[in-house]
Design a binder for this molecule. Structure first.
Ligand SMILES: [Zn+2]
Length: 175
């Protein structure tokens, strides 16, 4: 994640266009504090809006989204809705209509799992709920795991499920 406040070229140009130094200072300060808000837990929490998933999962989602690159965070705010399963650790996602992406999380989901499901949405994967096509599952799982890893996550959501790897290997061996 970009951890430093930097003015964009557009902002720089806008500030250079200001006549008074005090206006320039004020504008930089305002932009900095806006950036700081967007990159704080409170800012992420606020941007996510109402999450009806329980306090524990809510905290996990906020921490995970906080770690995402700013562009991906924007995608989450605008396009993703989080839903929690009452029980079990299962998690999935699917594209119901053009928007939003429904991110369904088991109550035991950790930050890496949240990132993994967001990665599926970001990559435009279709959910194969029944796991009918193991090769497609292997490809999409590998991609989602790599992207979550690229975003800096570690854990379950960055490791392809053993059962999927074994199923693909069985098929390759012609069994
Ligand atoms: Zn997956």
């Amino acid at each position: 994640m970009d951890n430093e406040f930097k003015l964009t070229r557009e902002q720089r140009r806008m500030i250079d266009g200001l006549e008074k130094d005090e206006d320039k200072d004020f504008t930089v300060k305002a932009l900095r504090s806006e950036w700081e808000w967007e990159n704080s837990f409170d800012g992420v929490f606020d941007n996510l809006g109402h999450l009806n998933v329980g306090v524990t999962l809510e905290g996990v989602i906020v921490r995970a989204v906080h770690k995402l690159p700013p562009k991906v965070r924007e995608f989450v705010y605008g396009r993703c809705v989080f839903v929690s399963f009452a029980e079990g650790g299962g998690q999935c996602y699917y594209k119901r209509t053009k928007r939003p992406w429904l991110i369904i999380l088991g109550e035991k989901a950790d930050e890496s799992v949240v990132a993994h499901e967001i990665a599926h949405a970001r990559l435009g994967h279709k959910c194969d709920l029944l796991g009918n096509n193991m090769e497609v599952a292997f490809k999409t799982e590998t991609e989602a795991c790599s992207l979550a890893k690229e975003w800096g996550f570690v854990g379950l959501g960055t490791e392809v499920d053993k059962e999927i790897i074994e199923a693909v290997e069985r098929k390759d061996a012609g069994k």
